[in-house]
Design a protein around this ligand. Sequence first.
Ligand code: NAP
Ligand code: GLV
Length: 306
Amino acid sequence: MKIYFCGADFKPEPWLAALRAALPQASVEVWSPGAPPGDYAMVWAPPQAFLDEQPQLKALFNLGAGVDALTQLRIAPATKIVRLDDAGMSVQMAEYVLQALIRHFREFDGYEADMAAGQWSFRKPRLRADFPVGIMGLGVLGQRVARAVQQFEFPVMGWSRSPRQVEGVRCHAGVQEFDAFLAETRVLVCLLPLTDETRGILNRRTLSRLRPGGYLINVARGGHLVEEDLIPLIDSGQLAGAALDVFQQEPPPTSHPFWRHPRITVTPHTAARTLRDESVTQIAGKIQRLEQDLPIAGIVDPSKGY
Ligand code: NAP
Ligand code: GLV
């Protein structure tokens, strides 16, 4: 069995070593143009030339949860696209969202500024009931985040494409329930995949529907946010601020106003990192199942784009 690695942004050697150890019967190599046909591939944002040369691949294993870089490419219909299914990402995502939520709710950003100025001052305690958290996307990551937020006793709402039932979460689904979901939400967490339906979904209209003093945590993709709409909403007082991990251009250009805005926290697309050992274990297990014609989780539905 031949497996290729074609991952922009990833150092290949440790991945090759880990997959060779997990599947000693397989030949695992970095793909280069003109290489012979392979059976499977581990990929992150591969070039179209790779897919054009390897139409016989049985499956492409994406080295992340989000497959938006792949769904824009021409991929042979018989090649399955398989996303990472948690693989150690959901707990990291829960950590990230919790820290952003608590930093905002407890005003730790304000305390940091006070302490830096040598000022010993207190802010009035706020009520969790006044900070309902709405999670867009109730998939692998969204549900784990919902569980973590519930542990801290915030009201939690969720929104998904199809109806979901998640214990302790007031669930909404579909376009028809979107505005009601927004109207109940004060802290909005975006954990949607980037698809034709969700691109630009965080915009002036939708963000204006949040409860007064709304706060945005975008940990999904930069393409979800209409970036030019955000600062006017914050500066007018409609929104209290935002924590952003993802951007239309990564890194954002140095002139981008998000870097310097006092109510916006920027992190470098690091909310939930791909963990090598967990990912290779998952991918190797799925390859073994596919070789035995057994079903696997995490196959992307091209008609939905995730
Ligand atoms: P997932 O399991 O596929 O879940 C996606 C959720 O979004 C599902 O609940 C789905 O609804 C919902 N959804 C999709 N399209 C929708 C629409 N048009 N309207 C309403 N809901 C919609 O994905 P995941 O593993 O949780 O990952 C989510 C995203 O997080 C990834 O796609 C990626 O972009 C991002 N991510 C970011 C980082 C980071 O470090 N910042 C790391 C990992 C992932 P259904 O339940 O009805 O299918
Ligand atoms: C990271 O952004 C991922 O999609 O896993």
